[in-house]
Design a protein around this ligand. Sequence first.
Ligand code: GLN
Length: 476
Amino acid sequence: MSATDPTALTAAAAVAAIEAGELSAAEVFDAYRAAAAADELNAYVWVARDAPAPAAGAPLAGVPLAVKDLFCTEGVPSQAGSKILEGYRPPYTATVVAGLAAAGAPLLGKTNQDEFAMGSSNENSAYGPVLNPWSRDRVPGGSSGGSAAAVAAGSAPWALGTDTGGSIRQPAALCGIVGLKPTYGTVSRYGMIAFASSLDQAGPLTRDVTDAALLLKHMVGRDERDSTSIGFPGAIELPTATRLDGIRLGVPEELTAAAEGIEPGVLASFEATLKIAEELGASIETCHLPHAPHALSAYYVLAPAEASSNLARYDGVRYGPRSASNGAGLVEMYTRTRSEHFGPEVKRRIMLGTYSLSSGYYDAYYGRAQRVRTKIADDFRAAFERFDFVVTPTAPTVAFELGALTSDPLAMYLNDYCTVPMSLAGIPAISIPSGLSDGLPVGFQLAGPAFSENRILDAAFALERAIAFDATPGRA
Ligand code: GLN
């Protein structure tokens, strides 16, 4: 064993250490494998036994990757946090996971998540809740809670998550790490078990902004197996900016001062970050996203509508377990399989979605929500004529206690108040840790126009340096 503890390094530093011959890829994998196997947060649902040696010259050098359960991985359990996919081992691998493995980031393990990515606390997983490494009586956020907790706890160098309405950014915020939701269409969705296809995007969860850029660099690209994939114009670059001179930040009143329910400690950290941005040369002004307050309502029509259709395929015939019909026929078998294996939140969404898509209601709900979605995208377009980025707190609160919101779905949905608008508009947004409130991490969100990932990463990098957030308490 070499003197360096591989799990203490960022992923980029581990790549550099392997390339310099200070560590071997096998040493790095073994250290993480041991850490993942010893995980006490329920962050993993499956841990790899070994990893193929990276190809010579592979840019990620063998630094392994934790992957949210819903990415299909050949021969490996891929259950999307659901009982209805228990034991399902797909015959193929998601494009993004295969691409990263080819780039030298082999699979370390599959991470726990809310069932079908529906949730903000990871308490909707059929495989039990994940604990927040900063405080084990609190949630890590969701739905990519296992990925966020693993990275924050140091049992993974980096991880893949997916974000439909906030599921990368919000758990990143609650766990004190970096999470980036890319522009819709830049990363292939092929092999991602679908929740709401017009919103789902894969993205990195990492210890710092450089790692997010490095991982994303090897994720983007057009994929002919995903008809909504467009790829990324140019390449993702590693960030270098140290200043924000000339950068105009817009602070949407609707998602900050005029929003109810943002904790004072979260607002204080947000304000402190704005001051730092100003010291780095940015200008800061209030702006308006007039339709943003309707984003959650539109999202909770559109996402369940798409989910009700995507989840129709789980019928006990093609995947996972099947309930006995006891001689009562095929429909009874479908009904029992779905009643017995979907969790309560998934059932709620299927019912909501089926209702809003039913004839007679379609225009009143789905059609109207689509029009709101367009208005929200227009609001951002107008804002980006005057501003480089729109900034908000990522989540209205710090990590809450396990069980605190489970009986109140509407309160749970409010976690995504500041993240859902960007998802509906399809634009990229990053969450970086901005400090602590009551000893728990707070996230700062920076969103830009479609394909502005390189500029977002640069600005986030400059801020990260100046904020100098110490993530080590999370490893305690
Ligand atoms: N919390 C939101 C929901 O439950 C967002 C989830 C996500 O982004 N996957 O739908």
